[in-house]
Design a binder for this molecule. Sequence first.
Ligand code: SF4
Ligand code: SF4
Length: 489
Amino acid sequence: MSHNKQNDEENRDGAAAGLPPAAAHHIPSETNELYGRETGGRHLAALLTDLGERNIYDAAAQCNRCGYCETSCPTYMLTGRETLSARGRNQFMRLLLEGKAKSPADAAEALSTCLLCGACSSACYAKVPTPDIVLEGRRTLSGYGNGFLSRAAVKTLLDAPWLFGLWLKLAYLVKRTGLPRLAARLGLYDLLGMPGLADAESAVEKAPLRFAAELLAKDPALRPQGRTSVNWAYFAACGPNYIFTEVALATVRVLRRHAGEGVFIENQCCGLMAHNYGRLNDAREFARRNILRYEELKAVFGDFPLVADCSSCAAFMKSYEQLFTGDEEWRPRAAAFAAAVRDILEIIPAGKIEHAAADKLETAGRITYHDSCRAAHGQGIRVEPREVLKKLAGRRYTELPESDWCCGGAGAFAFTQPELSAAVLDRKLRNIASVQANTVVVGATSCLVQINAGLKAAYPAAKAVHYSVLLDGLTAEPAKRPDNAKIEL
Ligand code: SF4
Ligand code: SF4
């Protein structure tokens, strides 16, 4: 079956079945829809867990209900409700798959309120992949993406990204006319199929009218033509590309300064939003296109790290192989792609960093580091950014209490679960205030939006800054470029 045909059928299946938005709680009960039945690619064939390849039921059954992860789970800690813990969610999935769930509405609540932060998996001895298990349940819940994330938006982003960009610029232009709420009121963001975008866009002073990908594609120094080797390739994630252009440009400057010369891969969206909001076949299509682009460059340059500057996207791309379990052609290609992906947080060794100038540090004030969930729990990145920040900031660096407590951003969680998101954020803000930080360094654009929105209202003495932007600012004029800039894979 062709990919497009498969996508169309996926869409039709949902519409024909009258699958409602998440609130209507379409959940498989007697029929085990997630396990042992052909689902047209709407679910993963298998999960790649730390204990090996598992089907969804066996993965959920690995949870022995020990409760060791309970105190790591933000939704459990804030509500005290067992059903809103990892143990509760895994239990619900087992019951759903066995056709024994007494209350599909309670199961729906449990699954839709999970932050997908992965703190439970980090704490779990069995490494139960609760976020992936929850997502499998949610895919059915959301009518395979027909609720939150519109098919038209995904299709436009896939096949006509220029049109998606044009529409976004129109919304930004309306904002610049001095009528900041008009774009949201006119439903411009809703028409894009991504209503959470209004919140993200309101986090920047001046929404960009030229996206990072446009600027980087025109930079002759970043083009692959005429070159025989590269030290890195830059992957522009949607946040840095469409909203935080300065993050993308800072990442490229930091890479050139500390890792030598590289290229811009001219990628597509990584597919994370499609993946997290039910559209698995679309996510696979985004992945295939990025894999193909990577393979083109690899054929010319051999191995190189593919660097992204949003931890959510980097973590997702590192898991591309899981999208293609059961697909003999694409699985190894996805695994090779995933092995090349690096988060900017992990790729610059502290040894290559010069000490920052005192006047620049003065402006940054007291610096602390927030562990984005998809960096700490999704990729295991904790040490590398801290080493760099400590080297740069010295005694101005301070550890953030509960640094890996989720900020509540979690993609569009702040939009879909506003009250729970605000409660999760409140604890993060209190921790930031407790160490009197002025600069909170983050690695994911979702955290940038969420933490800055909270700080503006509750603790304006501090600001969240992306890791690349801080590094770029503090190391803008190095004494000399490292002789051996190449970064090994
Ligand atoms: S997810 Fe892991 S730590 Fe949490 S209850 Fe289950 S087995 Fe225990
Ligand atoms: S992913 Fe986060 S919110 Fe969801 S069960 Fe695990 S710790 Fe709790």
